[in-house]
Design a protein around this ligand. Structure first.
Ligand SMILES: [Zn+2]
Length: 231
């Protein structure tokens, strides 16, 4: 990205990231170090408690050790989370050494963060910033009587890897129904089960749905297609 910006005429490009998740309603920033270095995300110890735990046992790890990021909000309003398991895995954990760039003594979270679902074969993934258990898609769709078969497609807007997530629901229906009613019902059930709303509901014929799901050709039907680039 830095190379691309420089080739377009920008000088002195510095890129730094932020880390955040919906449940925190907060984001943590890096210092603008040179592009081959990362200062890590600067935490706010007066506002929160970050812990790094073993994702299998829940045991709290020591400074600098790998593990799952667990978050407790200390000044949350209206709704707050306690020891919330983010589903994000950080290599190098948290360091308490002063930042080499700004010299502040805030704890810093290493920026080498991956989704746990990439590491273990868990049906858990971040969708639109919320951690979603994919099994809940099935529970939600089973509640919609109007739907015969369904498939959920996750993609990036305009297929651009830097864009936001989109969730499209393909459905086949047994009998004619009002599309608005159908969309509303699917939206309601998905929001209830996963806290994520669909971008679009697309009605297809049963034949198309059988093809999409690969019911007759694959061992297991393809209910959820994740077309987002793997990071
Ligand atoms: Zn710093």
């Amino acid at each position: 990205l830095a190379g691309m910006l420089e080739s377009m005429g920008s000088s002195d490009v510095s890129i730094f990231g932020t880390y955040g998740f919906t449940e925190s309603r907060c984001a943590w920033g890096e210092c603008p170090t040179s592009n081959d270095l990362s200062s890590g995300y600067h935490l706010y110890p007066d506002k929160e408690i970050f812990e790094i735990v073993d994702p299998d046992t829940g045991e709290v790890k020591k400074e600098g050790e790998d593990g799952e990021i667990v978050y407790t909000s200390l000044d949350g309003r209206a709704s707050s989370v306690l020891r919330y398991r983010t589903g994000d895995f950080v290599k190098g954990g948290i360091t308490y050494e002063p930042c080499p760039h700004c010299h502040r003594s805030l704890p810093r979270l290493n920026s080498d963060i991956t989704r746990l679902s990439n590491i273990k074969d868990l049906q858990l993934s971040k969708v639109k910033g919320s951690l979603v258990n994919f099994n809940n898609f099935s529970l939600a769709m089973a509640e919609v009587d109007l739907v015969d078969e369904w498939q959920i497609e996750l993609k990036k807007k305009n297929d651009d890897p830097f864009e936001i997530d989109e969730l499209n629901v393909y459905v086949s229906i047994e009998k004619e129904c009002n599309k608005e009613v159908l969309e509303k019902e699917i939206g309601k059930q998905l929001l209830f089960a996963t806290e994520v709303t669909p971008n679009e509901v697309i009605i297809v014929s049963r034949e198309d749905m059988v093809d999409r799901l690969e019911i007759e050709t694959a061992n297991k039907e393809k209910r959820i297609i994740d077309n987002r680039p793997k990071d």
